[in-house]
Design a protein around this ligand. Structure first.
Ligand code: NAD
Length: 282
């Protein structure tokens, strides 16, 4: 039997519609329209597109956005000063510094300078610490989107075996905490894991966040498992995930496609975080 295809575009549209309706409720109740501030240093065409999409999503959700485009030779000091000013500005609810930044800037220091109450990307050390401690503040957008997609399948995570392949700060590590908080039994795999296929085959929920095209084949998947593919790999044949979609969809119970799975969720969860920041600051 073929797996259910988890439609990230549809789930993302549902989340964005929910946020839009909650924004209108918040503003109707006397709240100020939430404002997201974005920052890009230098000219990176991909970053420009990502940020433009984020601004459009804000507008569609009834929120505002402001943009700071800084020249590529901006010093770390000047960037830190801007981040600090945005943190002190009462009119700003969320701050997002689009990565990557030019080589002369230390991204960790910049992200650490973001006011944790406005850290809508959820990547600051304070946000990471709160999440690891089981008392989440802002949750990083892509992992939050993964959980939303799993919930959409109706899977009960309590007691489920969840296996994550990849242990990055951006995706793998936050997912370990998020899945533990949902009472899953969590295994984190990485490049040194022995018998990766064998470990993955135990998973009721298998999440691939690796960056290796089609690494996860059908021999990695327990029949009926939920498979979430975070990978986005550009190949000669277009975008492919970390999961070998065709054969795996014959074994899995539900699976995300690439594109159209996890990808669209990231912006939706950013909108959700921006509203959350505005609410908790109000
Ligand atoms: P990363 O490079 O920071 O981390 C990759 C992880 O995979 C590492 O922990 C590494 O140990 C592990 N790994 C590498 N090779 C492996 C192997 N052969 N076997 C097992 N584990 C291995 O990557 P990242 O930032 O977590 O991103 C992972 C993928 O997800 C990329 O394709 C990226 O483009 C994609 N991504 C998508 C979104 C989105 O959909 N919005 C967001 C972030 C990342």
């Amino acid at each position: 039997m073929l797996a259910e295809i988890i439609d990230g575009k549809q789930v993302s549209a549902e989340v964005r519609a929910r946020v839009a309706s909650e924004v209108s409720e918040f503003v109707g109740g006397g709240g100020r329209v939430p404002v997201l501030a974005t920052v890009i240093v230098g000219e990176d065409p991909a970053s420009e597109v990502y940020v433009a999409n984020k601004h459009r999503a804000c507008e569609e959700a009834g929120m505002k956005s402001v943009h700071h485009g800084l020249p590529g030779d901006t010093s770390q000091e000047d960037l830190l000063a801007l981040v600090s000013n945005l943190g002190a500005d009462d009119g700003i609810d969320g701050i997002l510094v689009q990565l990557p930044v030019p080589d002369h800037i230390n991204p960790d220091e910049v992200v650490a300078a973001i006011d944790p109450a406005k850290d809508v990307d959820g990547l600051s050390p304070v946000s990471a610490g709160l999440l690891a401690g089981g008392n989440p503040g802002m949750i990083p957008c892509t992992p939050a989107g993964v959980i939303e997609l799993i919930d959409h399948t109706g899977t009960d995570l309590t007691g489920a075996d969840a296996v994550i392949v990849g242990r990055s700060k951006l995706v793998g590590r936050p997912l370990i905490s998020l899945l533990l908080d949902r009472n899953a039994t969590v295994t984190a795999c990485h490049s040194r894991t022995r018998d990766l296929a064998g470990v993955c085959r135990r998973a009721d929920v298998l999440i691939a966040a690796v960056g290796v095209p089609r690494l996860i084949g059908p021999e990695f998947v327990k029949p009926g498992a939920v498979v979430i593919d975070v990978g986005i790999n550009r190949t000669g044949n277009g975008l492919v995930g970390d999961v070998d979609f065709e054969p795996v969809s014959k074994v899995a119970g539900a699976i995300t496609p690439v594109p159209g799975g996890v990808g669209p969720m990231t912006i939706a969860m950013l909108m959700s975080n921006t509203l959350r920041a505005a609410r908790s600051r109000a």
